[in-house]
Design a protein. Structure first.
Length: 357
């Protein structure tokens, strides 16, 4: 039986703990010291460490460790649906099938009632640069990310047996997460709108609250199309760059869903509104064409655009709820992403889609 590597706080990351992880890969390497470089508390507690060891075969010295959040508000939101546990399952079971760049896993473990831990090789060791949530991407960068999303979605397009093979994708906790979101939708939307103040145009406030009241119907509507594996949290802070090549980080919201939802989340949060407006149609057509190149016969462009428009509701809601909860993202950055997402909502009159539900 594998030894437990579960810990609850950064100070538990000791030499003995690191040695257990190294032993999984190279038992002849001895860990000499471990030094914490940074601690970032959000939806999880993210710790960057440098592990000094006597290995000479390229075993990584820089590690990225994810633990349950030390922020009690973020912990309450993420612990009940076991989001870190979902990411552990992703890295243990399915990451090798994912055709996009992602970090190398060193260890992952979870135990009900005892938490979860994910240990990855830090991307900085290979010269990659993690994105920041506040980053503004160029149209060229956006094209590359859209290509990656299309490749991901094409790989798992309409695979009906996926939930049977990996039952955590169909876990009741996903339904619990959706129910929790619906129960809290109205109070969190009201709170987020109040905190956002004039970042969100006043004329959007009442429609946003009406949408929150109808969130259950909206989620059903957004689940009607053919499903694939989706990242579901594709903002600039969850993208990394290895030279000019993008990859995806933070898979704790991974699920089966409609692929265009990832594209909507990405374009609504990663581009300045003016740039998005200028390049949006080209990027959507590029997404459709890449899917076609991989043998996926998708909706015609008009229908694809309508589904994109409908899915723009989620990045707006996600960012407003993040602000309402607090402690999950730096406030200035959170407000900037709300501003971008609200512009997309206004441009496409998104709330009118849900007004008659």
């Amino acid at each position: 039986m594998a030894k437990s590597i579960l810990v609850s706080k950064p100070s538990d990351l000791t030499v003995a703990w690191a040695q257990q992880i190294v032993d999984l890969h190279a038992p002849n390497i001895t860990v000499l010291a471990i030094n914490i470089i940074s601690i970032d508390v959000g939806t999880t507690t993210r710790v960057r460490v440098v592990v000094e060891h006597n290995g000479t075969g390229g075993f990584p010295h820089r590690w990225f460790v994810k633990l349950p959040s030390l922020s009690w508000r973020a912990w309450l939101i993420t612990a009940l649906p076991r989001l870190l546990w979902m990411e552990v399952c992703f890295y243990k079971d399915i990451v090798h099938l994912v055709p996009v760049a992602r970090p190398t896993i060193l260890a992952a473990q979870s135990k009900f009632g005892h938490g979860a831990i994910l240990v990855l090789a830090d991307m900085t060791e290979i010269g990659a640069v993690p994105g920041l949530p506040s980053d503004t991407l160029t149209p060229t960068q956006a094209t590359l990310v859209v290509e990656q999303l299309a490749q991901l979605h094409a790989r798992f397009w309409n695979q009906e047996t996926l939930e049977q093979e990996y039952n955590w994708l169909a876990n009741p906790l996903r339904r619990w997460e959706d129910c929790l979101g619906t129960v809290l939708a109205v109070p969190l939307m009201k709170r987020g709108l109040r905190y956002a103040a004039d970042t969100i145009p006043t004329k959007l406030h009442k429609p946003a609250i009406r949408y929150a009241h109808k969130r259950c119907e909206a989620m059903r509507f957004l689940s009607e199309e053919p499903r694939t594996l989706v990242h579901h949290d594709c903002h600039p802070g969850n993208i990394f760059w290895n030279q000019s090549h993008p990859g995806l980080l933070d898979w704790q919201l991974v699920r089966l869903g409609e692929g265009i939802g990832d594209v909507a989340f990405f374009l609504a949060t990663a581009l300045e509104p003016e740039n998005r407006r200028t390049h949006e149609m080209t990027l959507l057509e590029h997404y459709r064409q890449v899917l076609a190149n991989y043998g996926v016969g998708i909706l015609d462009f008009t229908n694809l655009l309508e589904r994109y428009r409908a899915h723009l509701i989620y990045p707006f809601e996600a960012m407003v709820v993040t602000l309402a909860i607090g402690g999950m993202m730096e406030e200035k950055t959170n407000l900037e992403l709300i501003r971008r997402a609200a512009a997309a909502i206004e441009d496409f009159d998104v709330f009118s889609i849900y007004a008659t539900m």
